[in-house]
Design a protein around this ligand. Structure first.
Ligand SMILES: [Zn+2]
Length: 234
């Protein structure tokens, strides 16, 4: 959900019917389909007259398997990684998309022709941030898009644009955020880039390590190990 729709996310409960109009779909970087609702779209929660067959409610575990970077093998996996930022890639922190179909329009701030829609559109800005995360066993290139990136910047895409205009030098721009050396826990999908052989993590959620959460993780992993040992004994 983008723009004003994002603020309504808290109104949606498990079991609600949601109806999107003028939404667009795109193939996410890791091959999962995504549905986006932008400025022009409409979101209705439990619209009258709409019925859907009952579905099974799934408990989504908040705890993803914590992975050690050095132990990740090829293929795709949903993981959580804890590490330290060792390098920021000084790419432009914004790219533009067509507000109608979501097609990426590149990185120019003026009105552009969307080839998909066949007309000139006024682009929407999306934030992007990428850096190298190291956990002592290896390093992974992290890429954050949209609201996940905005959360880490602590700014909306439009605020990022204003700051970028004040500080066009990218080294100076990124320096102002102090990301280097910070420790984060990032949940997302990891995969190995075929060409560069570099591991890449597309982050969906970012947490700053806290003692309570870490203890919970530790207990979970001990429990898991104990169960495994018991299974082996049988
Ligand atoms: Zn378009």
């Amino acid at each position: 959900l983008w723009d004003g729709h994002a603020q309504r996310a808290g109104e949606i409960k498990v079991g609600d019917i949601v109806k999107f109009t003028e939404a667009y779909s795109s193939l996410g970087l890791f091959g999962f389909p995504e549905i986006h609702l932008g400025r022009r779209g409409d979101l209705r929660i439990n619209p009258p007259g709409e019925e859907l067959p009952r579905v099974e409610e799934k408990e989504v575990s908040a705890l993803l398997p914590r992975a050690k970077i050095g132990e990740i093998e090829g293929g795709r996996a949903r993981v959580e990684i804890r590490g330290t930022v060792t390098r920021i890639f000084h790419r432009r922190p914004l790219f533009d998309v067509c507000p109608n179909c979501g097609t990426s329009l590149g990185t120019v701030d003026t009105s552009l022709l969307c080839e998909q829609c066949g007309k000139v559109v006024s682009p929407e800005h999306r934030a992007v941030l990428s850096f190298l995360l190291d956990d002592g066993t290896g390093s992974v290139r992290v890429v954050l898009f949209g609201m996940v990136a905005e959360r880490l910047f602590g700014m909306s895409a439009n605020q990022i644009l204003r700051k970028l205009k004040e500080t066009p030098d990218l080294a100076e721009f990124y320096g102002g955020f102090g990301f280097l050396g910070k420790e984060f826990i990032i949940a997302g999908v990891v995969r190995q880039d075929k060409y560069s052989n570099q591991l890449e993590l597309r982050g969906y959620e970012i947490k700053i390590p806290d003692a309570k959460g870490e203890v919970k993780h530790l207990l979970e992993s001990i429990k898991e190990r104990t169960t495994k040992v018991e299974e082996e004994r049988v």
